[in-house]
Design a protein around this ligand. Sequence first.
Ligand SMILES: Cc1cc2nc3c(=O)[nH]c(=O)nc-3n(C[C@H](O)[C@H](O)[C@H](O)COP(=O)(O)OP(=O)(O)OC[C@H]3O[C@@H](n4cnc5c(N)ncnc54)[C@H](O)[C@@H]3O)c2cc1C
Length: 438
Amino acid sequence: MKINRLPLDDKTNGWSDILPSRPPNPPLAKNIMADWVVLGAGYAGLAAARRLSENCPDQEIVVIEAGAAGENASGRNSGFAVDLPHNVGSSLDELDGSHRFMRLARMAIAELGNTINKHSINCEWSLDGKYHTAVSPRGVKEILEPFAKELEALGEPYDWIEKPDLDQKIGSTHFTAAIYTPGGALLNPAALTRGLADSLPDNVTLYENSPVQEATFETNVQLKTANGSVRCTKLIMAANGFSEQFGFYRNRFIHLAAHCSLSRKLTEEEQKNYGVEKPWGLTPANAFVGITMRYTNDHRILIRHGLNYCPNQRISASEQAAVKRRHKELFDKRFPMLPAVEMEHTWSGFVCLSQNNAPGFAQLTPNVWSAVCQNAMGVTKGTFGGILAADMACGLKNPLITDMQSLGEPNILPPRPILDIGARARFMWEHWRNQHEA
Ligand SMILES: Cc1cc2nc3c(=O)[nH]c(=O)nc-3n(C[C@H](O)[C@H](O)[C@H](O)COP(=O)(O)OP(=O)(O)OC[C@H]3O[C@@H](n4cnc5c(N)ncnc54)[C@H](O)[C@@H]3O)c2cc1C
């Protein structure tokens, strides 16, 4: 099978631009055999490869990556490792589902934390929690109040923060209230992804800049790149939305582009005007219209705003220029005391959702397993999906596999162009319905 659409790196990722340069591993340039291949070096693929190495220390594991580690969605995100579901729900079934998700997410955060400590990965990892914010009184009533009740039902700690206190903590008067939850971590996602890739165990070989252009799935799996090939007995598919190109999960994924900007560093004078010392992270009550923001350790402000339906997984330079202008406008409204601060970096990345929020976690053929479709929460979901796909593929009886399977599997979507019309209409409706949270 020919792979028609390959990932493209437009070299705009701000998180990696602020790091020292990193030489990537050499591309695959010969014909090789391996016991296992992991396709994709995001959180899912890197977690799967590490776990396979622990499960099968005497076997050879190859990771094939189209680009360079840290330049994919895993390195381009807002850098929140979240431990709570976005929608909790209050029925017993929903609460049980939330408990299962929290067990999985906390396992992933603990695994990431251990790997970061063991290999001294410098990725600004901090267990600082986050603010979930509402702009309008309606957002407080419709989102924050039910969320607080659900956290109580789950027995999870939180602080309710009213406007004046919130203004002081984040240095912006834009929000009406927030719920602060202490779990989860903030991080530089490019530094984390690079660090995970560069600390893989000895029996794992990572080939970068090696897009797979052709794949055969028979008794053995064979993947061909421009200058080489790899044949293996077992494969873990961790190419997220691109797994469709390999014939898996067709018609089950909704592809979105998400956009981020990172300001330049605030000068000492600007830091004084801004008046906030501690880094923070906030997520919006409504992810479609609202803004995810962070104040980083090195005194930059991150804006993540805009989610577009993007079935071709491509963004043009003119769309990006428009995003950059919009992010600056949004920044100025929230931080009028910092008028001279420009957005130094603006970039986009692709996420893939399923209609029912279920992951693509399964045994797909007798020799292919998958850890894909992280529903835009891939730091934790990709990590636990990858770990558990490796355990499942090795036949291990990890009880968390049952928790994972209980999250369901992606629904079949209507065919295109009906899907395109439906998705675009839904986005317009979400924007209209939630404009009070902009
Ligand atoms: C702007 C933005 C903000 C976000 N914020 C957050 C956040 O704060 N917290 C959070 O948890 N999530 C966030 N996300 C989502 C998160 O980044 C993704 O869910 C996560 O990166 C998915 O990880 P993954 O390993 O499944 O896939 P990816 O990171 O997409 O990795 C898949 C890999 O497969 C490779 N691949 C694909 N096709 C081929 C091929 N033919 N040959 C070889 N390799 C191939 C790709 O190059 C890629 O590296 C955000 C995403 C974006 C874009």
